[in-house]
Design a protein. Structure first.
Length: 76
């Protein structure tokens, strides 16, 4: 019976991106209390809202054509 090379025994299991992100989040959290998460979460929710609104407006402008966009003095 052949033995597996030593290199194969030392091969680490690669983590999925989800596992890596979760481990990183746990390290960053450290000793922060769960009541403090609301500040981060609310900021992320606002950014998602702003991104969705911007994307919606962007699609409208593309549909209207660039001439209408050029005529506008201010975008927002």
């Amino acid at each position: 019976m052949e033995k597996a090379p030593k290199n194969e025994a030392k091969v680490k299991k690669e983590k999925s991106i989800e596992e890596t992100l979760w481990d990183s989040a746990n390290k960053l959290r450290g000793t922060v209390e769960s009541s403090e998460y609301k500040h981060v979460v609310l900021g992320l929710i606002f950014l998602k809202f702003a991104s969705d609104k911007f994307e919606e407006r962007r699609k409208e402008l593309i549909a209207e054509g660039k001439e209408k966009y050029i005529e506008m003095k201010e975008f927002y």
